[in-house]
Structures are given as structure tokens and as C-alpha cells.
Design a protein around this ligand. Structure first.
Ligand code: FEO
Length: 402
């Protein structure tokens, strides 16, 4: 049956959940699914804002058919042309052949790359700052290029102050009936997944997120409707402040993320011993991850969250242990910067890991190496404890700002 909800007078959430998908973009694990949000405005004119992934087509079309109740759809607004949101454009155009499909030139270039249907006759091209009156509601188009695709736009409904924000402010995790931030424990249920979503998917484009902040500064915003996850209407500043920090690559908290690769447990032993020494020196919020075990998206998320990093890995095939190599590659691709970093290499007969990790972090912006990097030979021995104590001292004094 249909499954919709009015979120503001005559504005409806018409999306749905997919709890079966294993990996978002076939990359990022989904422990609790994902929602695809779409919004329908029933005014003198009718407008549908984005569509949904084809995984939930049946539910979606049932939602639309129920609310439209025989009316014509005047506008289909395409804020984002990634297939998790445009998977039903063709279906909507088939159902409402006279609909005006609203996008920018880049949206239509992408549409015609992804799909076979010729919608040239339906196209309505908008420019930055254009407005579309639906009767009592009015939509202003705010372009958000590279947040995180080039065609992305947002719509500010100017009479109520509702920002339809495309992917921005979204999260992994399906919705559970409660749509609004004040109906759920957002901080406990969604923030970690919102950060994982941001850092891995939008993280590279911090400067572009900051550009959007400048465009919407001073506008009255009372509600933020993302294409994934809950709608913000109570504590809007919570997510805006987090996005401001994340997009400036500023840590949310002082703390240490230790991520290690370890074939036989020897590098892991050093990492755990270091964590213990840091804790005994008063450092809190220490996170330890095995890069072979934990999906990199979770480690990247904590790298965005915390101020200090420790990377520890062995040499492998005269290079860097592959999972660490991959993680550092992802960090560089996402433009991670502004962290303090300690390094531990391990090797048994030829040292390469420490040198490669040092070079990788040097290639990222404002990554300060702290303490004397360790280069272990196979296993850190009891007699070498002083070296680890010295490194723990350097990290702890930096974290605790002593
Ligand atoms: Fe939710 Fe960029 O697609």
C-alpha cells in the first residue's frame, strides 16, 4: 500500500527504504539500509522533487499515484542525476507525458548519457537564482556544483524556509517511520552514519560545500530535506555546524585514531601497547582499527572526526601492506588534511613501509608528523619499550596540549 507523510502543509515525503542493499554505490556497507527521499508539493501547480532508486520503484509509484489522485504533474525537479535518485524519471515521464522536467544543462547531459528516453520536449532548463512559483509555494534554485556531482542543485522554498538539499545533510540508515530529527535520537542513531556518508561520499569537496554555505547565508531555513535520512526541523544547527567542520577538515574532537595492518599480530601488538600507554597518559577517545578487518569507510569517518592519527603497517612485497596502501590512497583522494600523525613501520629484512607512509602523508596538506617514527624489526621487544614510551609521550602531549 502507499506509504507517505505530509511534512508541511501540502508538501509530502513520498520516498522509501531499501534494507536489502548490501553496499551503497557497491562500495560502502549498509548495516541498516538506506532511505531514498522524494518530495511532492501539491499546490496550484504540482511538483515532484527528485525520484528514487529503481530498487523501490513499485512503492514509489504507488505513493505518487495515491497522492496525485488523478491530477496532472506539472514539474519534476531533478536536483541530482545520480541513479539512486533519477532511477524513476523515465517512469514519471511515461505516467505524466506533459510534465516539465526541470534541471540545468548538466542535468540533461547526464540524463541522456544514462537513459534512452528522449525527454527533450519535456525539458525546462533553469539557471542559478531562478524561481518557480507553484501558487502559494515558491522554489528558488541554488546551484551546488560538485556537492558531490557537477549538476547538483538545491531548492529553497522561500515562503516556509524549506531547503531541499539533494544529497547534502544525508545519511546511511533507513528511516523507521519517524521522519523528523525531533522524533528520533538523531545524535545516537544517525550522526556516525551521517559522518561516514559525508566523509566518504562528499568529503573530497569541502571547498564546494563551503561555497554553498556562502550562498545560503542569511536565508531563513526552518527545515532541511535531504535525499537520504531524516528531515531536520528542530536542531538544524546541529547538522549545519557538523557540515561546516567536516568541510573545513577540522576535527570534531581531540582523540587518536590508530589504524594498523598486521599479518601475524606483531604490528597489532605495538598498536595496542601504544593505545594502552596513551590511555595511561590521560588520552581519551582512542580508536583502534585493523585495516584488514574494518571497512575503510568506518576508519575514514573517524579520521574526519578526530585530531590525531597513528598509522602502523608492515612492508609487503617491498612496498606497503595493501590494505594500508588502499586506505592512504582513499585519504589522499578525499583530500584529508589538518591532522597530526605518528607512524610505525614494520619489516623483517627490508624496510619500505615507513618510507612510503611518510611520503604519502607528506603529499597530503598540513599533516604534521609528530614524535620519532618507529621502524620495528619483526616485533617490538620488551627492551625497546622506551621507544614506544617516547612516541606515546609525544602524541599525548600533543593531544593534551601540554
Ligand atoms: Fe544519493 Fe549522490 O546520490
Amino acid at each position: 500500500m502507499y506509504n507517505v507523510r505530509e511534512i508541511s502543509p501540502n508538501i509530502y515525503w513520498v520516498g522509501g527504504n531499501d534494507r536489502r542493499l548490501e553496499q551503497f554505490e557497491n562500495l560502502f556497507p549498509l548495516a541498516n539500509g538506506v532511505s531514498y527521499n522524494s518530495y511532492l508539493i501539491l499546490d496550484e501547480k504540482t511538483a515532484l522533487i527528485d525520484t528514487v532508486d529503481d530498487a523501490i520503484t513499485d512503492q514509489y509509484l504507488e505513493n505518487i499515484t495515491h497522492l496525485m489522485n488523478g491530477r496532472e504533474l506539472d514539474y519534476l525537479i531533478i536536483n541530482h542525476m545520480e541513479p539512486d535518485h533519477c532511477g524513476n524519471i523515465e517512469n514519471i515521464v511515461k505516467m505524466y507525458p506533459n510534465v516539465k522536467v526541470v534541471g540545468n544543462t548538466k542535468s540533461f547531459t547526464l540524463f541522456h548519457q544514462f537513459y534512452n528516453m528522449d525527454i527533450t520536449a519535456n525539458q525546462m532548463i533553469v539557471k542559478e537564482g531562478d524561481e518557480l512559483s507553484l501558487g502559494t509555494h515558491n522554489l528558488k534554485f541554488v546551484f551546488a556544483p560538485m556537492v558531490h556531482w557537477p549538476e547538483v542543485m538545491m531548492n529553497l522554498e522561500t515562503t516556509k524556509g524549506i531547503l531541499f538539499a539533494a544529497d547534502a545533510f544525508g545519511t546511511f540508515g533507513a528511516l523507521a517511520g519517524n521522519l523528523f530529527d525531533d522524533e528520533i535520537d538523531y545524535a545516537n542513531l544517525y550522526i556516525d552514519e551521517a559522518r561516514r556518508y559525508y566523509s566518504n561520499i562528499v568529503g573530497k569537496f569541502g571547498a564546494q560545500v563551503q561555497s554553498v554555505f556562502k550562498k545560503i547565508a542569511g536565508q531563513e531555513i526552518n527545515m532541511i530535506c535531504s535525499l537520504h535520512g531524516p528531515i531536520f526541523r528542530s536542531d538544524i544547527s546541529l547538522i549545519l555546524d557538523l557540515y561546516d567542520k567536516w568541510s573545513k577538515y577540522e576535527a570534531e574532537k581531540d582523540g587518536v585514531v590508530i589504524f594498523y595492518g598486521s599479518m601475524y599480530g606483531n604490528t597489532a601488538n605495538t598498536a595496542d601497547a601504544l593505545a594502552n600507554k596513551l590511555a595511561q597518559r590521560g588520552v581519551t577517545d582512542i580508536r583502534v582499527y585493523d585495516v584488514s578487518k574494518t571497512h575503510p569507510s568506518y576508519i575514514i569517518s573517524d579520521i574526519f572526526k578526530y585530531s590525531h592519527l597513528v598509522a602502523a603497517a608492515p612492508t609487503y612485497n617491498m612496498g606497503l601492506y595493501y590494505p594500508m596502501d588502499n586506505l592512504l590512497h582513499e585519504m589522499a583522494a578525499l583530500g584529508v588534511k589538518n591532522r597530526k600523525v605518528a607512524l610505525i613501520g614494520n619489516h623483517s629484512w627490508a624496510s619500505a613501509a615507513l618510507k612510503i607512509m611518510t611520503e604519502r602523508f607528506a603529499s597530503m596538506k598540513n599533516m604534521e608528523i609528530i614524535g620519532d617514527s618507529l621502524d620495528i624489526k619483526s616485533r617490538l621487544k620488551d627492551g625497546e619499550e622506551q621507544k614506544l614510551d617516547d612516541l606515546a609521550d609525544a602524541i599525548a602531549s600533543s593531544v593534551l596540549k601540554k
